[in-house]
Design a protein around this ligand. Structure first.
Ligand code: ADP
Length: 386
């Protein structure tokens, strides 16, 4: 099949920033794209060839969208999988495959998959409804603290809450969920594994993530992770095992905890480009977005090593500001060495909304990390009125 400057159509479900960055690559290679998103203001709109407005969870919308493309991929997991399954049966190539997506989409199913496949993960209990948790606490089946996670539709920490006392359960939605043992981790790590249909597999270096304590969003992603080589090797091995068992095609970002005893526990996976791989645009031989396109088209995979040390800072909306976005002090950070900002194209900011990111590269990791801190202290995502 010819992909380049041809009638081939790549469909992408979801039109957010991950899709927009995928489109930098399809534009680079002149691959025709069709994107669907529920919002008229989706960041992808400016860069795709065709844009369809529609709900990603609606069977008919997804089915009708997918019928018209040759290969269908996603930039968000919350899509109608029944429609994808039908498209797959009708011969459309769907990557990640529906089976893998079904396992991943529901956190309870995902966790059960790990236990079934001997993949190390934190112990957990599944509940059909949040309201059932208090009984379990009362009869001693569950002990504080634990981490409540909504089984479905959680994103960017919104479906996650640390529960230290019974009152912390108040206000949580009464949905299918898991209660997971709290891990006293040393580090949060991630490895992006890429696989094409022919079974060629490559892994990116282990990255280290630092989270904002309140927002539960990544503050810095550091590549390579500043961990010893044994831990790094173990993390790569675990990530490869997850990838092999799940049988995805395309990227699979594997998020892990490094425990105090240097064990690796899988937290969760995402079968798509991931925040932990944004650094690769500036720092790697092949960035994660190009790699995903290569994988879903069955092309040879690219080299995953880094050319320089990379640190990524998320640009999230500052607290206290909602409205038309203003990026304050852009000129100042553009004066710093090795700094590249990415602006996602969302006109409205609100507290903790992901609005962009900045990558800092340097031959020296310590220097990159220092500049990253300066960037973080300098740039502010605010609105024109508070
Ligand atoms: P999301 O799907 O919203 O990204 P995660 O499951 O990755 O949710 O959880 C968000 C963050 O919450 C994690 O990155 C980690 O910092 C913290 N967290 C999640 N599970 C645990 C756990 N079992 N123990 C301690 N912290 C956790």
């Amino acid at each position: 099949m010819h992909f380049f400057s041809s009638s081939f159509k790549l469909g992408i479900l979801g039109g957010g920033q991950l899709g927009k960055m995928l489109l930098y690559e399809t534009r680079k290679w002149d691959i025709y794209t069709k994107v669907m998103d529920a919002s008229d203001e989706a960041p992808c709109r400016i860069a795709c060839n065709e844009f369809i407005k529609g709900s990603l969870l609606d069977f008919d919308a997804v089915y009708n969208f997918g019928k018209d493309v040759d290969v269908l991929t996603i930039e968000i997991e919350n899509v109608n999988v029944d429609a994808l399954e039908k498209l797959e049966q009708e011969g459309i190539k769907v990557f990640p495959p529906t089976k893998a997506l079904r396992t991943i989409q529901n956190k309870a199913t995902q966790k059960l998959f790990y236990t079934d496949h001997d993949i190390p993960t934190a112990p957990f209990t599944r509940f059909a409804y949040t309201s059932e948790i208090s009984d379990s606490v009362a009869n001693g089946g569950l002990r504080f603290p634990f981490v409540w996670k909504s089984a479905q539709f959680g994103y960017d920490g919104q479906g996650v809450k640390v529960v230290r006392k019974i009152e912390d359960l108040e206000g949580l939605p009464n949905v299918e969920c898991i209660a997971e043992e709290m891990v006293n981790f040393k580090n949060e790590l991630a490895v992006i594994v890429t696989r094409n249909e022919e079974g060629e597999v490559v892994t990116y270096p282990v990255v280290e993530m630092e989270f904002h304590p309140e927002a539960n969003q990544v503050e810095y992603v550091i590549c390579p992770a500043r961990i010893d080589s044994e831990v790094s090797k173990k993390a790569q091995e675990v990530a490869l095992r997850v990838s092999e068992s799940i049988g995805h095609v395309g990227l699979l970002a594997v998020e892990m905890f490094q425990t105090q005893d240097d064990e690796i526990l899988v937290n969760e996976v995402a079968p798509r480009p991931h925040n932990s791989g944004h650094y690769s645009i500036e720092a790697s031989y092949t960035n994660q977005f190009e790699q995903h396109i290569r994988a879903v088209l069955g092309l040879p995979l690219g080299k995953t090593g880094s050319k320089v040390a990379g640190v990524m800072v998320n640009l999230v909306g500052a607290e206290g500001y909602t409205g038309n976005v203003v990026y304050e002090n852009m000129e100042t950070i553009l004066n710093m060495e090795g700094v590249t900002p990415h602006i996602y194209g969302k006109s409205q900011t609100r507290p903790f909304r992901k609005m962009g990111h900045v990558t800092i590269v340097d031959e020296n990791m310590a220097r990159a990390r220092e500049i990253a801190q300066e960037v973080k202290q300098t740039i502010k995502v605010i609105s024109d009125k508070s």
